[in-house]
Design a binder for this molecule. Structure first.
Ligand SMILES: NC(=O)c1ccc[n+]([C@@H]2O[C@H](COP(=O)([O-])OP(=O)(O)OC[C@H]3O[C@@H](n4cnc5c(N)ncnc54)[C@H](OP(=O)(O)O)[C@@H]3O)[C@@H](O)[C@H]2O)c1
Length: 255
């Protein structure tokens, strides 16, 4: 089932600063905020810069503390504070260790589309009963904390190496898929556009609680599926085709 990486990933994983955009850049907001300047955050930042986004990224401290890291790992991105990330963009990726998201104020992301790229992983995050037993997945817990944000679970399925190595332009052979799950169709659409621009086919996974399937131990986690494979996995019944909701939202957005 899994899509193998192509023979020459270097075609699409050139050193930072030399990559061609993965997408021609449709209309829409091209500002992206990223909270978390670690392995996941800087990898997503690098891909977003290559795709033409204006990226601002933060760590847990002042901007100066991550300035060198960002300069080296995501040149072109602005190292800023988390408050500045929120001011910079309406579309924000949350990529902090899962045991630390509660450090962030509840109303920090009010009105923003918040892409939850976090995974709860006990060896790293410690025992957290609420996250470990979340019946509808950890993103529902994240949404409960940030009630005024529009949370979408996405960009969490692949390790940062796999993410980096598998980015492809639209239509390229071997392009794999990343899903997006959320309750706000317009927010899911924004996530889907982001995923596409970053170099992956995007699959609408349904409501936020469907994000459970994208988490560690979920069937869609850590496997390089094509869009068809991932859609069939997440939407086994054709009547609920994964693309339908996104297509409707896209049609609405364009009308
Ligand atoms: N690594 C992967 O391959 C991968 C793939 C998909 C998803 N994820 C998920 O992405 C998240 C981050 O993983 P990672 O591997 O990138 O971790 P990491 O390398 O340890 O980096 C974590 C980053 O988050 C920052 N951070 C921590 N608390 C913060 C706060 N309260 N406000 C702002 N920034 C804060 C850290 O800043 P300081 O250094 O200043 O504390 C650091 O820059 C995790 O939930 C993980 O499950 C990781």
């Amino acid at each position: 089932m899994a899509t193998q990486p192509p023979d020459s990933p270097a075609d699409f994983a050139l050193p930072t600063g030399t990559q061609e955009p993965v997408s021609s850049g449709e209309t829409g907001d091209v500002r992206l905020g990223i909270v978390g300047a670690g392995k996941a955050g800087t990898t997503i930042a690098r891909a977003a810069i290559a795709a033409g986004y204006d990226v601002a990224i933060s760590g847990s401290g002042p901007a100066e503390r991550i300035a060198v890291i960002v300069d080296v790992l995501a040149p072109g991105a602005s190292a800023v504070s988390t408050d500045e990330v929120v001011r910079h963009a309406d579309l924000i990726v949350l990529a902090v260790p899962t045991h630390r998201f509660r450090e962030l104020p509840r109303d920090l992301f009010a009105g923003k589309i918040l892409i939850d790229a976090m995974n709860y992983w006990e060896p790293i995050d410690g025992v957290d009963q609420e996250l470990a037993t979340a019946p509808a997945g950890t993103s529902v817990i994240v949404q409960e904390r940030f009630r005024s944000a529009r949370v979408v679970k996405s960009l969490n399925q692949l390790g940062y190496h796999e993410f980096e190595e598998n980015r492809r332009p639209p239509g390229a052979p071997g392009r794999i898929a990343i899903a997006a799950a959320g309750d706000d169709p317009a927010a899911v659409l924004a996530a889907i556009q982001l995923v596409d621009r970053l170099g992956f086919d995007a699959v609408d996974a349904g409501p936020l609680e469907a994000g459970l399937a994208l988490e560690p131990d979920g069937p869609a986690f850590g496997v390089a599926y094509t869009a068809d494979e991932l859609s069939h996995l997440l939407w086994p019944r054709p009547v609920h085709s994964g693309g339908t909701r996104a297509r409707k939202a896209l049609a609405g957005a364009l009308s």
